[in-house]
Design a protein around this ligand. Structure first.
Ligand SMILES: Nc1ncnc2c1ncn2[C@@H]1O[C@H](COP(=O)(O)OP(=O)(O)OP(=O)(O)O)[C@@H](O)[C@H]1O
Ligand SMILES: [Mg+2]
Length: 237
């Protein structure tokens, strides 16, 4: 079984658990609506979208909300990985009309938390995410859950998150510390702004105890979407 990556339980006093509590509280202050749909995205790969999406979903489930974590990153599906389960079928097949959503939701991956994973798709992803089918699916899911958290692809790879922001209440923008150039950040912000996204705020992720980023440093990326796209797809195989 894969490793679980949830940094959270009610008595956890660790710094990450505390930061996630702050994130939950801040979003509740910013948007007081009881029922919400939230997009989690970032500018480039690996900044921690799936990690933050899963842990934010978990933090709300812990306080009694009925939550669905929806893997909308059909290009590199990972939402399942935080729960130590294998991702397989899900949103992709539902949008292609092959399967019924009720049969693919993984119930209670944690208390109060359901997951709709997805399989990897390479083609027509943006089209599927902006289809009528996606809109009606989301409407149906929003009736059943207090909170829907959408894990998405990075904006430099695709505009999926901007498209989804139109059917959400707000966006959590994840920024891996020292991972992005200013140009990449501005690019991502521009895409979200032109879609009219309601950006709740930015989560600065991957800061170690000494205050420095970990993982990898910014070695100077080019704002060259096609290259990112190719690498993004390749890495999933
Ligand atoms: N705050 C954190 N603490 C510990 N590990 C983290 C943290 N944030 C991210 N990670 C780890 O870093 C790796 C990349 O994170 P994640 O998969 O969430 O990034 P992503 O932005 O969703 O990537 P992709 O663009 O590929 O979808 C994962 O192994 C994840 O568990
Ligand atoms: Mg991810």
């Amino acid at each position: 079984m894969a490793e679980r990556k949830l940094f959270f339980n009610l008595d956890d006093q660790g710094p990450i658990a505390e930061s996630l509590r702050v994130l939950r509280t801040n979003i509740q202050f910013i948007d007081e609506k009881e029922k919400k749909t939230v997009v989690v995205t970032s500018s480039i790969p690996k900044e921690g979208k799936s990690f933050i999406a899963a842990n934010y979903a978990m933090s709300e489930a812990l306080v009694g909300k009925k939550v669905l974590l929806l893997d909308c990153d059909l290009r590199r599906p990972r939402a399942h990985s935080s729960f130590g389960i294998k991702g397989h079928h899900g949103l992709g097949e539902v949008l292609m009309g092959e399967k019924n959503v009720e049969d693919l939701i993984v119930r209670e991956v944690e208390r109060n938390l359901d997951l709709l994973p997805t399989k990897h798709l390479e083609h027509n992803v943006t089209e599927l995410l902006q289809s009528k089918k996606m809109k009606s699916l989301l409407k149906k899911l929003q009736e059943s859950y207090d909170l829907v958290v959408m894990d998405t692809a990075p904006l430099i790879v695709a505009t999926d998150a901007a498209i989804l922001s139109k059917v959400s209440d707000g966006v959590i923008f994840v920024n891996g510390y020292d991972m992005t150039s200013k140009k990449e950040l501005m690019y991502a912000k521009e895409i979200l702004s032109s879609a009219g996204a309601n950006i709740y705020g930015m989560v600065v992720n991957k800061i170690d105890h000494s205050g420095y980023g970990y993982g990898y440093k910014n070695h100077g990326y080019y704002n060259y979407n096609y290259k990112y796209y190719q690498d993004y797809i390749k890495e999933d195989k």
